[in-house]
Design a protein. Structure first.
Length: 384
């Protein structure tokens, strides 16, 4: 049985979700926070009725609840299913409010005793340990902690407890030995190839799923963790419908125009189906070609929109895509104005433009928002 995390692309990498009773390590390089992904997983499982226990040793349990509320989640209605183990307040010498408290977090045996007792009493739950790196920092003996981890993970597996651990990859020595304890490892890193990216996740391995070599850029915003495309270029000939497409795809958009014609650029943001993308629309006239070339920098992909009723503009469309293809960008042809009687169909457009079979052509009516997200989906399939 697989348990979805609520983060679609992460679930896809793992073949549908986390195997029930498995142990998972979110392994983060310093500077990248894994908490939002774990909180998204937690909220998803609570929402489907799972009981969850959350051990926290680097902040107050109330800070976890506040963080989840800040993402727009109604956590109060789910608190009956959620228990905290407070391994922070005792260390800081402050009064804790949770049912489960570890009075001396610096005592590894106290922690071990509480967890072994807890695991022997519960079944079919999700257990979250936040954070393993803080535990190592406090106790300073990675080898002893590894022995405890093996014991905890095995007992959880016997009890069908899905255990999730947060870990920051500080220089603790043989980190691979720690990672090998777990059934799955999800790496969180920063992008190096494109500076516009900030961070991504990838599945290092999962014992129940085939390996998939993909890096998934993400951003944390209202609603949790979103696959993030920071720059999608929307371009095409004059009057093809670029502004209409950006507006149709966006939850929020702006356009700079004069007498109904875009003279600078359109900018929109879209957020749907676990994705978030920034859209940049260009003017179509030849005098603005330097803007197209400039905006192509750091773009991840292109939506090339054409007027399906104006085949005489197709040569211009190919010239535009040549400017962006020089940077090796994947693209989708968006065949707009399909509601008009003289609109060419995708097969006719492919023939007129001499496009190879692998280039997708998506017929749309941008002013009616008809099928516009199919075009975005087709581009995302090439990017992720």
């Amino acid at each position: 049985m697989l348990l979805p995390t609520g983060i679609p692309k992460l679930d896809e990498l793992m073949g549908g979700g986390i195997e029930k009773g498995a142990s998972i390590l979110f392994s983060c390089i310093p500077g990248v926070q894994g908490e939002p992904l774990v909180e998204h997983l937690l909220y998803t499982r609570l929402n489907v009725g799972d009981k969850c226990t959350y051990l926290v040793n680097n902040k107050k349990p109330s800070d976890v609840k506040r963080s989840m509320k800040d993402l727009g989640w109604d956590i109060e209605s789910l608190e009956k299913k959620l228990s905290f183990i407070d391994s922070y307040s005792g260390f800081m010498g402050i009064q804790g409010e949770e049912k489960y408290m570890i009075s001396d977090p610096s005592n590894l045996e106290d922690l071990d005793s509480m967890l072994m007792e807890l695991f022997s009493k519960i079944k079919n739950q999700v257990f979250i340990f936040d954070s393993l790196s803080t535990l190592i920092d406090v106790h300073g003996n990675p080898k002893e902690i590894q022995e405890k981890l093996i014991k905890w993970v095995l007992l959880c597996k016997k009890r069908d407890i899905t255990s999730v651990y947060l870990f920051t990859r500080w220089p603790y020595g043989d980190i691979k030995t720690i990672e090998n304890i777990f059934d799955a490892v999800i790496n969180l890193k920063t992008m190096e190839e494109r500076v516009i990216f900030s961070q991504y996740f990838e599945l290092s391995r999962a014992n129940w799923a085939k390996p998939v070599n993909k890096r998934i850029p993400f951003k944390v915003a209202m609603g949790g963790v979103h696959v993030y495309m920071p720059k999608i270029l929307v371009t095409g000939p004059h009057n093809a419908g670029k502004s209409s497409l950006v507006e149709a795809l966006s939850t929020k958009s702006i356009s700079v125009d004069r007498l109904g014609t875009t003279i600078a650029l359109d900018h929109g943001k879209t957020c749907y189906n676990g994705f978030m993308a920034e859209l940049f629309g260009t003017p179509g006239q030849e005098r603005f070609d330097p803007i197209i070339k400039l905006l192509s920098g750091e773009a991840l992909g292109v939506l090339l929109i054409i007027d399906s009723t104006q085949p005489e503009t197709f040569t211009r469309a190919k010239d535009i895509i040549s400017m962006t293809k020089a940077k090796g960008l994947p693209y989708v042809v968006v065949a707009n104005k399909q509601d008009l009687p003289d609109a060419l169909n995708p097969a006719q457009i492919r023939d007129k433009m001499k496009l190879p079979d692998e280039v997708k052509i998506i017929p749309v009516v941008a002013t009616q928002k008809k099928d516009v997200f199919k075009a975005l989906d087709a581009l995302f399939e090439q990017l992720i």
